[in-house]
Ligand binder design. Structure first.
Ligand SMILES: [Zn+2]
Length: 591
């Protein structure tokens, strides 16, 4: 999604924002020399190890390692997705966020009117809940407190065919908006409309900024369908939204994980019981997009399903959709509740502690996958084993290469009693999914080479670090030197070259600005960690010396290697005239 906001705009607001001011408004900072410090908001501590640098526009905690730019801070502390963090920052600076034209799924501009209308209808439903005894009694019977109903904005759609229509659809124009948001439905006859939600407990679905974008409604008594959601509208895409995510983010407690459950009643009851990290998908299986969203906030996701047949089917679908998101550093587990129970009923019965104790028995991703396959196939015979492999193969192919897939391969091999090597032979060559989405700015790095044992990898690292801490010095390196650097075959050198070219093209004033330009690059995390390490150079002129020194040594090392190769070739098969010229040049330079 980052591609929709032009990079120069992000560059500009990061340059204009003051990270000290933004953080200080949330976590009071104390000046300490050239920097500011506080007790870290991301881990528990008594002595401050959280530092904010106004020159780098970067924060860093020596205790837990948290670090990032002002946008990173808003994402982690306010728990905003990237786009919303940009919007928040822009709003503070009083500027409008521009959008790039993109032919792939660029969201049409949504009129504020639609959000306003949804907000008004939500308020109306809330008033109706207070005013309707039958609805109030029902909410009470379901164990909902007044506080939780207020927190989630729960309301009631009156038992009427046209209450919303009457109140909010007086003109053609307003009826068109009601249609657009899915609140009314056109009659089959083609004449007139009626309310979509009637006699239901209403759960507003909010976006990351807390605006109501859709509703879920549950019947009070028997009646079909039991759950009814808003249709897809310009505001609401069910494959993307997680119910309860806004409310989860309102919580200040450290967020370690998210639990994905099946229904909004489950979410509300879990929050009410203190399990304040529960969210739900809305009438759809978990999609990769849901997971991308969730993994921006946490590293661990627990899928929670009812123990019945429908729950197990839903879990298997969720696992299938999660395969492309199974990458290093992410944890996914599957929790199955006893047959006949759902989170709503169970947490009501046993309370938070007992419910959370069940998390210990949640199955890791690979365990669940193996268990499911082994449970469906008799693997005591050779043909069963072959089928097991055949079923596992397409699943493996949808996973990105990495430790997750390795681990799973091991577990699958173990399940049918062969070695991992043997298992790989049976599976045969596998396709690998394309990595991630479009990656507009810098090109992905070439495959990693192993660093030469000379320790020269650290020269590249040294140069990158000097550049990260003082991006301005990059403009002082001549273009020809950068070009020569690009010819070197050193691990990480392409990143260094791209960094240098980037700041030559467009100077960066702070570490933060540079990091934001690299946000979507596969190396972004590594760069962030490097930036978080204390700077060995105190100022810009020292950084320039450091950078020049590293570049010089890299170039020297490279010509030394080239020289060795040419000399060896001369005494062997002989040199071409061009090679001879090159050898002479290098020898002359060496003197
Ligand atoms: Zn910390």
């Amino acid at each position: 999604m980052a591609g929709l906001i032009p990079q120069p705009f992000i560059d500009d607001i990061v340059a204009r924002a003051d990270i000290v001011e933004i953080i200080n408004a949330r976590v009071p900072l104390k000046r300490a020399g050239r920097e500011y410090r506080a007790c870290c908001p991301f881990h528990q501590e008594k002595t401050p190890s959280f530092w904010v640098s106004p020159t780098k526009q970067f924060y860093h905690c020596f205790g837990c390692g948290a670090h990032g730019t002002v946008l990173g801070f808003l994402m982690n502390y306010d728990r905003l997705p990237f786009v919303e963090a940009v919007e928040e920052l822009a709003q503070r600076l009083g500027v409008e966020v521009p959008r790039e034209q993109s032919n792939t799924a660029a969201p049409a501009a949504i009129s504020d009117d639609l959000y306003t209308l949804m907000g008004k209808v939500a308020t109306f439903y809330q008033e109706q809940l207070l005013a309707t005894e039958r609805a109030r009694e029902y909410a009470k019977k379901r164990g909902l407190t007044r506080e939780i109903a207020t927190q989630f904005g729960i309301g009631y759609a009156p038992d009427s065919w046209n209450e919303v229509l009457k109140r909010f659809g007086a003109s053609d124009e307003s009826r068109a908006r009601l249609m657009e948001t899915g609140l009314i439905i056109a009659r089959d006859s083609g004449e007139g409309h009626y309310d979509r939600f009637r006699d239901r407990l209403m759960f507003p679905i909010r976006d990351a900024r807390g605006r109501v974008i859709a509703f879920g409604g549950r019947v009070l008594d028997a009646g079909e369908p039991k759950y009814l959601n808003s249709p897809e509208t310009p505001l609401f895409h069910k494959g993307r939204e997680l119910y309860g995510l806004y409310e989860v983010r309102q919580n200040r407690a450290p967020l370690m994980r998210l639990m994905i459950v099946e229904g909004y009643m489950d979410v509300v009851r879990l929050h009410q019981s203190g399990v304040s990290y529960a969210v739900a998908t809305l009438g759809t299986a978990t999609t990769p997009e849901h997971l991308k969203r969730a993994f921006r906030l946490v590293r661990e996701i627990v899928f929670c399903f009812d123990g019945d047949k429908a729950g197990r089917a839903a879990a298997w679908r969720a696992l299938n959709n999660a395969l492309p998101e199974a990458t290093a550093g992410r944890e996914m587990r599957f929790l199955f509740l006893p047959d006949g129970e759902d989170p709503d009923s169970l947490v009501g019965k046993e309370g938070k502690e007992a419910f959370e104790a069940r998390l210990a028995s949640a199955l890791p991703f690979s365990e669940y996958l193996v268990m499911h396959l082994a449970g469906a196939i008799d693997i005591s015979h050779a043909d069963g084993k072959a089928r097991f492999v055949a079923e596992a193969r397409p699943l493996l192919e949808r996973m990105p290469e990495g430790p997750y897939r390795e681990l799973l391969l091991d577990r699958l091999a173990e399940a049918i009693g062969v070695s991992a090597e043997r298992f790989l032979k049976i599976v045969g060559p596998m396709a690998t999914p394309e990595s991630g989405g479009p990656n507009p700015a810098p090109a992905p790095p070439r495959p990693a080479r192993t660093a030469r044992s000379t320790g020269r990898g650290s020269l590249v690292r040294q140069a990158v670090q000097a550049l990260l801490h003082f991006p301005a010095v990059g403009t002082r390196i001549p273009a020809a030197e950068v070009e020569a650097l690009a010819e070197l075959d050193e691990p990480g050198v392409e990143i260094l070259v791209q960094l240098l070219k980037g700041v030559r093209q467009q100077p960066a004033t702070s570490t933060a600005q540079l990091l934001e330009r690299w946000r979507d690059h596969p190396a972004a995390e590594r760069l962030g960690r490097l930036a978080a390490e204390p700077s060995i150079v105190p100022d810009e002129s020292a950084a320039l010396d450091e950078l020049k020194n590293a570049l010089q040594k890299l170039a020297q090392g490279s010509s030394a290697a080239e020289l060795d190769a040419l000399i060896a070739k001369e005494s062997g098969e002989g040199l071409t005239p061009a090679e001879r010229d090159r050898l002479l040049e290098l020898l002359r330079r060496g003197r």
